[in-house]
Design a protein around this ligand. Structure first.
Ligand SMILES: N[C@@H](CCC(=O)N[C@@H](CS)C(=O)NCC(=O)O)C(=O)O
Length: 221
């Protein structure tokens, strides 16, 4: 049995945040596939046994069961001694970005992608437009920050980078964003992360079946 177990599925960028850190740190880990699209996380048994919040990812390590990608990343940085803060100031700065990610960046971008490409029912156009505008505003903040630095905090990759980049590596026809054109500094940063030893794209790193986008819309960028 591997040292770390990650409950995950390949469409989950939140799971990819933890999986890519584990891969880049060279950790001994295994994936447990969660049939999210088949409704597994909504079953009472899964909520009772794995995560009462009904969310992926969940990390298991030495009898601990952790959820919330930010908490998992923080735990892994400490357990593996990689990609963590080197001072209290850095720790606060990392958490500032992770909280921004969870509230404004991943949340709108991932929900937009889900409704646009993966949800069984086509979304209301106004809902999609609202999410796109909110994602654009969050992207603009990150773009500006990265125009003058290679990584989000401390000039080197940290868990803040793994958090905010969780959904950036899904294909443009799925996310609706061609980053090279739409947000070039974000794109360049994502390429620096993809160049880290051990890094793999989500559809190679995580288990599950890739599905084609269910609908087609114009791509930004
Ligand atoms: N803030 C959570 C978000 C996790 C999350 O929303 N995961 C999705 C899959 S990528 C999920 O399980 N959603 C179920 C739901 O919203 O009911 C984190 O960072 O781990």
């Amino acid at each position: 049995m591997a040292e770390f177990t990650l409950h995950c599925f390949c469409q989950s960028g939140n799971a990819f945040k933890a999986a890519s850190l584990l891969a880049c740190a060279g950790a001994d880990w295994e994936a447990v596939f969660v049939d999210f699209l088949g409704g597994e996380t909504r079953t009472p048994a899964w909520r009772e046994q794995v995560n009462e919040m009904g969310e992926v990812p969940v990390l298991e390590h030495r009898g601990l069961k952790l959820s919330q990608s930010g908490v998992i990343l923080d735990y892994l940085a400490e357990a593996l001694g990689r990609f963590g803060a080197e001072s209290p100031e850095e720790k606060r700065e990392i958490w500032r970005w992770i909280l921004f990610d969870n509230h404004k960046f991943t949340s709108y971008f991932a929900t937009h992608r889900w409704l646009r490409s993966l949800a069984p029912a086509a979304p209301e156009p106004a809902v999609l437009a609202f999410l796109e505008a909110r994602a654009d505003a969050a992207f603009a903040v990150v773009e500006k920050h990265l125009e003058s630095q290679d990584f989000l905090v401390g000039g080197r990759p940290t868990i803040a980078d793994f958090s905010l980049s969780g959904y950036l590596f899904y294909p443009p026809e799925e996310t609706g964003y061609d980053l090279a054109g739409a947000f070039p500094a974000v794109h360049a940063w994502s390429q620096r992360l993809a160049a880290l030893p051990g890094w793999q794209p989500p559809y190679e790193l995580l288990p599950g079946e890739r599905i084609a986008p269910r609908r087609s819309y114009p791509i930004k960028g």
